[in-house]
Design a protein around this ligand. Sequence first.
Ligand SMILES: [Mn+2]
Length: 350
Amino acid sequence: MSTPSPFDLTRSSKAVEELLTLCKRRGRVLVLMQDNPDPDALASAMALRDLLQAELGKPVVIAYGGVCGRAENRAMMDLLSIEAHRITHSKASRFATVLMVDTQPAAGNNLAMTDQLVDGVIDHHTKARKTAGASPAFQDIRAEYGATSTILYEYLLAAEHQPSDNLATALFYGIQSDTLDLGRETLPADVKAFQNLFDQADIRKLSRIRHAPLPADYFEMLHESLESCVVAGNTVISVIQNSRNPDIFAEIADLMLRLEGIRCSVCYGLYNETIHLSVRTVDARSNAAERVTRVVRGLGSGGGHRTLAGGQIPAGPAPENRLATVHARILQVFAPNQPPRPLFTGPARL
Ligand SMILES: [Mn+2]
């Protein structure tokens, strides 16, 4: 007896049909990602572009509002030929159709502060509160999925679109990185997509992406984050006062979650004029998204999943004070009544 398919192809066929109708109108199509796209976003955008281009026979542009800073992500774009452009809000608004992947209007991490710019959303994050009221014409939000790449993989299956080797590699890496090697918040659909894509993925390219050379800057920021590290209860908190790369917070939060005895990892700091906050937890009980919402309340925006979440807070005219407020809030929310102590208490240096 064959096992039932974990994919919801009925839902995905309907979604593809609706998307095609939406994009058939005259004018150009834009696929918009977060300001600082991660591998899941890059892979999803590429899949959507390839699918729409094949079906519609017109070019589709991929863009993001900020920077793509992480060495692995840049290598991914390079090696898998994902042509993604930096764009401004006014330029984005000149496209006839704007589709958003792996994020939502008003999530706070992208160019669209309202849904007016956006015609369609494909995402696996819980519905952003502000998006809930206003609604883009097309929405496929599956919060239970481990990666947006899995949703897009279903679209390809539903449309019988054979992915290129580069696209298969991108989707495989998107699922792998968003689910921490299938270790967090995954559905059978994520596992099956991962298995299917593995056969086609270019393992050598994948290895070059995952082990991309890291700039000295990375190690400098890592150093700062380690030096600033405090532990309060079972939460580890690290700070990078002035980051040169907005992706570093998530990277460090992931790394520090591996500290023995830790159940929750928070990394935050300033990038440009915004305080970024990244949270990882070992289990869903500590509800990272809900806690981030409490940290940013009245100051900024945030959200995500039960085991990984993030937020952004404008630093304002006095960034130092705002950073101190954020630090106090983090302690209050993640480790109430637990005095923080430095992670490193070794002998004083000479
Ligand atoms: Mn994602």
